[in-house]
Write a protein that binds this ligand. Structure first.
Ligand code: RFL
Ligand code: PHB
Length: 391
């Protein structure tokens, strides 16, 4: 068996890459360790930049998003007990974000792939990228107890932070940069109407909270929690009680609570691996970098990576030019580092750090006050939040 691009991982990066390559006439096969249902069961991102929306349209997977996604023109920052609106649309000269869950993005991409008749090997065991340092890479895997190999021109490592691709690159050929934060996010999904039409990012003495949403009837909320907390010790009631005290009086009065559909704790990390290429293997998405979720950038970076990578492969096959693939890592990393900076900044500004003292708390409050009252500072936030342009 043979293909042009073997893609490891059927998360948003792998699935979107597969569709963009298909649109460019490039053959590809995806290998995924889990089942399709398992992939769809992971509740993650909710905010799409215009760049991501455009790529999903290009991939012919944008129809339902266009109909059901919620365009948002602003976000609110809550601190000192009051909310302040950041008008993304006005500050960026007409840009906005789209609230549409990663689960739905993934579902739409899976459906588009099925329509195209492309092969995805789910429940693939021991997926191993081989010989990608040379001219003839291969992927070895086990399916239903039998071992197989697929020859290919290139391997796309879209297998997330804990995947096999980055781990199989010889030590010393890539450099990792990492920062681990001393807290996590406890997330809860429930079929209740959102507390407010726009997202609320709350900075409080008890820690950060985020009010997000998936639709007019489904809400997603997050609380900053110590890393030592266990999800099983957080009852739904305890979650709602804690969220309530982190909100302003009006939001508190409007909060509708209900049984959780999902509840989980995610640690927060900043991570970049450089370069995003070794020989004929290219890393994309969480396989290459992680951002803390505060800036809503993870899924969007996965999308822009595969936007660049699909362009590079198209140039290779259609124009016989290696220029795009040779520049992939450099071009992607320029965007990645700016999103890393924004996510780190927003995380540092909005959370309560255990080691911070009274002076640091005053600095956070002063910066938030400056941010919402300075047009220049608000514009910088808005410009990054809606997403920087792709080169
Ligand atoms: P994924 O989604 O982790 O997919 C990788 C896939 O690879 C598979 N895999 C393997 N397959 C074969 N062989 C192996 N050895 C394999 N190892 C792993 C996995 O099963 C999986 O299916 O990575 P990808 O595609 O790069 O996508 C990245 C995004 O999922 C991630 O960046 C975002 O979810 C981050 N994120 C957010 N991003 C945003 O842009 N906006 C947001 O609002 C946002 N909110 C969030 C988030 C992430 C969160 N968590 C839980 C980490 C909120 C949270 C709480
Ligand atoms: C979400 O809806 O899951 C979400 C929204 C904004 C973020 C992070 C997560 O910054």
């Amino acid at each position: 068996m043979r293909t042009q691009v073997a893609i490891i991982g059927a998360g948003p990066a792998g699935l979107l890459l597969g569709q963009l390559l298909y649109q460019a006439g490039i053959d590809n096969v995806i290998f995924e360790r889990q089942s399709a249902d398992y992939v769809l069961g992971r509740i993650r991102a909710g905010v799409l930049e215009q760049v991501t929306v455009d790529l999903l349209e290009q991939a012919q997977a944008g129809e339902r998003m266009r109909a059901e996604g919620l365009p948002h023109d602003g976000i609110e920052l809550l601190f000192g007990g009051r909310r302040h609106r950041i008008d993304l649309h006005e500050l960026t000269g007409g840009k906005r974000v789209m609230v549409y869950g990663q689960t739905e993005v993934t579902r739409d991409l899976m459906a588009a792939r099925e329509r195209a008749g492309l092969l995805t090997v789910y429940n693939a065991v021991d997926v191993t990228p081989l010989d990608f340092g040379g001219e003839r890479p291969r992927v070895r895997y086990v399916k239903d107890g039998e071992q197989y190999e697929l020859a290919c021109d290139f391997i796309a490592g879209c297998d997330g932070f804990h995947g096999a691709c980055r781990a199989s690159i010889p030590e010393g050929s890539i450099r990792n940069y990492e920062k681990v934060y001393p807290f996590g996010w406890l997330g809860l999904l429930a079929d209740v109407p959102p507390v407010s039409p726009e997202l609320i990012y709350a900075h409080t003495e008890r820690g950060f909270a985020l009010c997000s949403q998936r639709s007019a009837t489904r809400s997603r909320y997050y609380l900053q929690v110590p890393l030592t907390d266990k999800v099983e010790n957080w009852s739904d009631e305890a979650f709602w009680d804690e969220l309530r005290v982190r909100l302003d009086p009006e939001a508190r009065a409007h909060l509708v609570t209900g049984a959780s559909l999902e509840k989980s704790i995610a640690p927060l990390r900043s991570f970049v691996s450089e370069p995003m290429r070794f020989g004929r293997m290219f890393l994309a998405g969480d396989a290459a970098h992680i951002v803390p979720p505060t800036g809503a950038k993870g899924l969007n970076l996965a999308a822009s990576d595969v936007g660049y990578l699909s362009r590079a492969f198209a140039q290779y096959y259609q124009e016989r030019s290696s220029e795009g693939i040779d520049r992939y890592s450099e071009v992607s990393l320029r965007r990645v580092w700016k999103a890393e900076r924004f996510s780190w900044w927003m995380t540092s500004l909005m959370h309560r750090f255990p080691e911070a003292g009274a002076f640091e708390h005053k600095m956070q409050e002063a910066e938030l006050d400056y941010l919402v009252h300075s047009r220049a500072a608000s514009t910088a936030l808005a410009e990054n939040y809606v997403g920087l342009a792709m080169d």
